[in-house]
Design a protein around this ligand. Sequence first.
Ligand SMILES: O=P(O)(O)OC[C@H]1O[C@H](OP(=O)(O)OP(=O)(O)O)[C@H](O)[C@@H]1O
Ligand SMILES: O=c1[nH]c(=O)c2nc[nH]c2[nH]1
Ligand SMILES: [Mg+2]
Length: 174
Amino acid sequence: MAEHPELSAQERAGKAFPVSWDQFHRDCRALTWRLNEVGPFHAVIAITRGGLVPAAIVARELGVRIIDTVCIASYDHTKQGDLKVLKGISADTAKLGGGTGKGLLIVDDLVDTGKTGRLVREMIPDAHFATVYAKPMGRPLVDTFITEVSQDTWIFFPWDTALSFQPPIRDGAA
Ligand SMILES: O=P(O)(O)OC[C@H]1O[C@H](OP(=O)(O)OP(=O)(O)O)[C@H](O)[C@@H]1O
Ligand SMILES: O=c1[nH]c(=O)c2nc[nH]c2[nH]1
Ligand SMILES: [Mg+2]
Protein backbone atom coordinates (compact mmCIF):
# COMPACT_ATOMS: atom_id res chain seq x y z
CA MET A 1 0.00 0.00 0.00
CA ALA A 2 2.89 2.41 0.69
CA GLU A 3 4.57 2.12 -2.74
CA HIS A 4 2.39 4.81 -4.36
CA PRO A 5 1.77 7.46 -1.70
CA GLU A 6 0.54 9.91 -4.36
CA LEU A 7 -2.43 7.65 -5.17
CA SER A 8 -5.59 7.55 -3.07
CA ALA A 9 -6.39 4.37 -1.15
CA GLN A 10 -9.18 3.73 -3.66
CA GLU A 11 -6.83 4.10 -6.65
CA ARG A 12 -4.26 1.80 -5.04
CA ALA A 13 -6.97 -0.75 -4.26
CA GLY A 14 -7.49 -1.68 -7.89
CA LYS A 15 -10.43 -4.03 -7.40
CA ALA A 16 -13.96 -2.76 -6.85
CA PHE A 17 -16.55 -4.40 -4.60
CA PRO A 18 -19.84 -2.53 -5.08
CA VAL A 19 -22.51 -3.21 -2.46
CA SER A 20 -26.22 -2.55 -3.05
CA TRP A 21 -28.68 -1.50 -0.32
CA ASP A 22 -30.27 -4.90 -0.52
CA GLN A 23 -26.95 -6.71 -0.15
CA PHE A 24 -25.93 -4.44 2.71
CA HIS A 25 -29.18 -5.08 4.57
CA ARG A 26 -28.74 -8.84 4.15
CA ASP A 27 -25.13 -8.68 5.34
CA CYS A 28 -26.18 -6.63 8.40
CA ARG A 29 -28.84 -9.20 9.24
CA ALA A 30 -26.29 -12.00 8.85
CA LEU A 31 -23.98 -10.08 11.21
CA THR A 32 -26.80 -9.80 13.73
CA TRP A 33 -27.43 -13.55 13.71
CA ARG A 34 -23.84 -13.98 14.90
CA LEU A 35 -24.01 -11.12 17.42
CA ASN A 36 -27.20 -12.52 18.89
CA GLU A 37 -25.14 -15.51 20.09
CA VAL A 38 -22.64 -13.20 21.81
CA GLY A 39 -24.88 -10.60 23.51
CA PRO A 40 -26.92 -9.31 25.20
CA PHE A 41 -25.53 -5.81 24.83
CA HIS A 42 -26.40 -2.75 26.93
CA ALA A 43 -25.83 -0.32 24.05
CA VAL A 44 -24.66 -0.04 20.46
CA ILE A 45 -21.91 2.45 19.60
CA ALA A 46 -21.70 3.47 15.95
CA ILE A 47 -18.40 4.71 14.55
CA THR A 48 -19.56 7.57 12.36
CA ARG A 49 -20.36 8.00 9.75
CA GLY A 50 -20.15 4.63 8.01
CA GLY A 51 -21.13 2.75 11.16
CA LEU A 52 -24.45 4.58 11.49
CA VAL A 53 -26.24 2.52 8.86
CA PRO A 54 -25.24 -0.96 10.10
CA ALA A 55 -25.72 0.19 13.72
CA ALA A 56 -29.35 1.12 13.01
CA ILE A 57 -30.06 -2.27 11.43
CA VAL A 58 -28.20 -4.29 14.07
CA ALA A 59 -29.79 -2.37 16.97
CA ARG A 60 -33.24 -2.92 15.46
CA GLU A 61 -32.65 -6.66 15.12
CA LEU A 62 -31.13 -7.03 18.59
CA GLY A 63 -33.81 -4.90 20.26
CA VAL A 64 -31.22 -2.46 21.63
CA ARG A 65 -32.54 1.09 22.07
CA ILE A 66 -29.50 2.85 23.49
CA ILE A 67 -27.34 4.03 20.62
CA ASP A 68 -24.25 6.20 20.99
CA THR A 69 -21.64 7.44 18.54
CA VAL A 70 -17.90 7.86 18.36
CA CYS A 71 -17.26 10.48 15.71
CA ILE A 72 -13.97 10.02 13.90
CA ALA A 73 -12.68 11.71 10.76
CA SER A 74 -9.81 10.21 8.81
CA TYR A 75 -10.43 9.53 5.11
CA ASP A 76 -10.90 12.69 3.09
CA HIS A 77 -12.92 10.96 0.37
CA THR A 78 -10.34 8.21 -0.28
CA LYS A 79 -7.06 9.46 1.27
CA GLN A 80 -6.48 8.59 4.91
CA GLY A 81 -5.06 11.40 7.01
CA ASP A 82 -4.54 11.72 10.78
CA LEU A 83 -7.42 10.39 12.83
CA LYS A 84 -9.40 13.05 14.67
CA VAL A 85 -11.81 12.12 17.44
CA LEU A 86 -14.55 14.73 17.06
CA LYS A 87 -16.75 13.17 19.76
CA GLY A 88 -16.08 10.39 22.26
CA ILE A 89 -18.50 8.02 24.01
CA SER A 90 -20.99 9.73 26.29
CA ALA A 91 -20.60 9.48 30.07
CA ASP A 92 -23.90 7.56 30.33
CA THR A 93 -22.73 4.90 27.87
CA ALA A 94 -19.30 4.63 29.48
CA LYS A 95 -21.05 3.99 32.81
CA LEU A 96 -23.15 1.21 31.24
CA GLY A 97 -19.92 -0.47 30.14
CA GLY A 98 -18.34 -0.17 33.61
CA GLY A 99 -15.62 2.12 32.21
CA THR A 100 -13.96 -0.61 30.11
CA GLY A 101 -16.81 -1.21 27.64
CA LYS A 102 -17.97 -4.60 28.90
CA GLY A 103 -21.36 -5.42 27.39
CA LEU A 104 -21.11 -2.65 24.77
CA LEU A 105 -21.23 -3.31 21.03
CA ILE A 106 -19.14 -1.16 18.66
CA VAL A 107 -20.35 -1.25 15.03
CA ASP A 108 -18.62 0.00 11.89
CA ASP A 109 -19.15 -0.69 8.20
CA LEU A 110 -15.61 -2.02 7.68
CA VAL A 111 -12.06 -2.31 8.91
CA ASP A 112 -9.35 -1.55 6.36
CA THR A 113 -5.94 -0.71 7.86
CA GLY A 114 -7.47 -1.09 11.34
CA LYS A 115 -6.43 2.42 12.48
CA THR A 116 -9.97 3.56 13.25
CA GLY A 117 -10.92 0.34 15.01
CA ARG A 118 -7.72 0.35 17.08
CA LEU A 119 -8.40 3.86 18.33
CA VAL A 120 -11.92 2.97 19.49
CA ARG A 121 -10.77 -0.31 21.03
CA GLU A 122 -8.25 1.64 23.11
CA MET A 123 -11.12 3.75 24.51
CA ILE A 124 -13.21 0.72 25.56
CA PRO A 125 -11.04 -2.43 25.41
CA ASP A 126 -13.69 -4.84 26.73
CA ALA A 127 -16.36 -3.87 24.18
CA HIS A 128 -17.29 -6.26 21.37
CA PHE A 129 -16.27 -4.87 17.97
CA ALA A 130 -18.33 -5.87 14.92
CA THR A 131 -18.01 -4.80 11.29
CA VAL A 132 -19.84 -5.92 8.19
CA TYR A 133 -16.71 -6.17 6.03
CA ALA A 134 -13.04 -6.69 6.88
CA LYS A 135 -9.76 -6.44 5.01
CA PRO A 136 -6.79 -8.55 6.19
CA MET A 137 -4.86 -5.73 7.92
CA GLY A 138 -7.81 -4.80 10.11
CA ARG A 139 -9.29 -8.23 10.61
CA PRO A 140 -7.38 -9.12 13.83
CA LEU A 141 -9.02 -6.14 15.56
CA VAL A 142 -12.57 -7.31 14.88
CA ASP A 143 -14.47 -9.78 17.04
CA THR A 144 -17.27 -10.47 14.53
CA PHE A 145 -17.60 -9.68 10.82
CA ILE A 146 -19.38 -11.17 7.80
CA THR A 147 -17.32 -10.86 4.62
CA GLU A 148 -13.58 -10.54 4.09
CA VAL A 149 -12.28 -8.85 0.94
CA SER A 150 -8.65 -8.59 -0.14
CA GLN A 151 -6.56 -5.61 0.96
CA ASP A 152 -6.43 -4.36 -2.66
CA THR A 153 -10.23 -4.13 -2.90
CA TRP A 154 -12.20 -0.90 -2.48
CA ILE A 155 -15.70 -1.38 -1.11
CA PHE A 156 -18.30 0.97 -2.63
CA PHE A 157 -21.19 1.51 -0.22
CA PRO A 158 -24.72 2.29 -1.43
CA TRP A 159 -24.80 5.68 0.33
CA ASP A 160 -21.68 6.76 -1.61
CA THR A 161 -22.82 5.58 -5.03
CA ALA A 162 -25.60 5.92 -7.60
CA LEU A 163 -26.77 3.84 -10.54
CA SER A 164 -24.93 4.75 -13.73
CA PHE A 165 -24.31 3.34 -17.19
CA GLN A 166 -21.49 0.78 -17.45
CA PRO A 167 -19.76 -0.03 -20.75
CA PRO A 168 -19.92 -3.75 -21.69
CA ILE A 169 -17.21 -5.93 -20.12
CA ARG A 170 -15.83 -6.66 -23.62
CA ASP A 171 -15.15 -2.93 -24.04
CA GLY A 172 -13.11 -2.71 -20.87
CA ALA A 173 -15.62 -2.38 -18.02
CA ALA A 174 -14.37 -3.58 -14.65
O1 LIG B 1 -9.50 0.60 9.10
P1 LIG B 1 -9.29 2.00 8.59
O2 LIG B 1 -8.17 2.09 7.59
O3 LIG B 1 -9.11 3.00 9.69
O4 LIG B 1 -10.56 2.40 7.74
C1 LIG B 1 -11.87 2.08 8.12
C2 LIG B 1 -12.68 3.33 8.37
O5 LIG B 1 -12.68 4.15 7.20
C3 LIG B 1 -14.01 4.50 6.87
O6 LIG B 1 -14.42 5.65 7.56
P2 LIG B 1 -13.99 7.14 7.12
O7 LIG B 1 -12.82 7.57 7.95
O8 LIG B 1 -13.81 7.17 5.64
O9 LIG B 1 -15.19 8.06 7.55
P3 LIG B 1 -16.76 7.90 7.31
O10 LIG B 1 -17.18 6.70 8.10
O11 LIG B 1 -17.30 9.17 7.84
O12 LIG B 1 -16.98 7.70 5.84
C4 LIG B 1 -14.83 3.33 7.36
O13 LIG B 1 -16.17 3.73 7.60
C5 LIG B 1 -14.14 2.95 8.64
O14 LIG B 1 -14.62 3.69 9.74
O1 LIG C 1 -16.01 3.44 1.11
C1 LIG C 1 -14.96 2.95 1.57
N1 LIG C 1 -14.49 1.76 1.07
C2 LIG C 1 -13.34 1.17 1.51
O2 LIG C 1 -12.94 0.10 1.02
C3 LIG C 1 -12.65 1.85 2.56
N2 LIG C 1 -11.49 1.59 3.23
C4 LIG C 1 -11.34 2.59 4.10
N3 LIG C 1 -12.34 3.48 4.01
C5 LIG C 1 -13.17 3.05 3.06
N4 LIG C 1 -14.31 3.60 2.56
MG1 LIG D 1 -15.98 5.29 9.09
